[in-house]
Design a protein around this ligand. Structure first.
Ligand code: ZN
Length: 199
């Protein structure tokens, strides 16, 4: 016998499938949503649909944005010769919060992981290579995580790019192994950036 109605079970299932939400949290959220007014629920549903419909990848850096070119890439004051390569938009946001990095970014949306079957063509590497061919980039700062996947990705990009004569650096490993960049405080991020080494 099911404890809850089929509709509630379905909602709990959907919520529990989201990252970082266990079964208990999913139940709590589901009951919260059922307790909300119909107008609030509609607003929440519309917000989700609108975000999905309107958010796109920046044509230049592949960050998520509402416009064709994101505000960072559009900003004329950014240093266009330096590009920091990160795994996801959250890492970009972490470096933006420091307010000290003046270059541009490239968001890979993942990292190479032979174990999980994620190859170079599954992340946005092709777009990076395209930028390197056409843009005035002099230095690539690889800021992928210090996990096995992040290191593998860093080495792969370095091998790919260095023959083109572009300087490739890696942020210092003051960043805890396996740590997500978004969870690291700003001082540590800046130290990692300043202490970057040649690859
Ligand atoms: Zn952009």
């Amino acid at each position: 016998m099911d404890l809850y109605s089929g509709y509630i079970n379905k909602l709990i299932e959907e919520l529990a499938a989201l990252p970082g939400i266990g079964n208990k949290s999913a139940q709590r959220l589901a009951f919260h949503i059922i307790g909300m007014s119909p107008a609030r629920v509609n607003h929440l549903a519309d917000t989700i649909k609108n975000a999905k419909e309107h958010v796109m990848f920046c044509k230049v850096c592949q960050n998520l944005t509402d416009e064709e070119i994101c505000p960072v890439c559009k900003n004329p004051n950014r240093d266009r010769t330096t590009v920091m390569v990160v795994e996801n938009p959250r890492d970009l946001a972490a470096y933006e919060r420091t307010g000290r990095y003046q270059g541009l970014y490239h968001v890979l949306h993942g990292a190479i992981s032979p174990m999980l079957g994620v190859g170079p063509s599954d992340i946005r590497l092709k777009e990076l290579m395209e930028r390197l061919r056409n843009d005035e980039i002099k230095e690539l700062i690889i800021a992928t995580n210090s996990s096995l996947e992040g290191e593998t990705t860093a080495m792969y990009i370095s091998k790919l790019v260095k023959p083109a004569g572009i300087r490739v650096t890696r942020i210092a490993s003051g960043v805890p192994v396996g740590g997500d960049l978004e969870n690291i405080d700003e001082m540590t991020l800046l130290r990692a950036l300043e202490g970057r080494t040649e690859l």
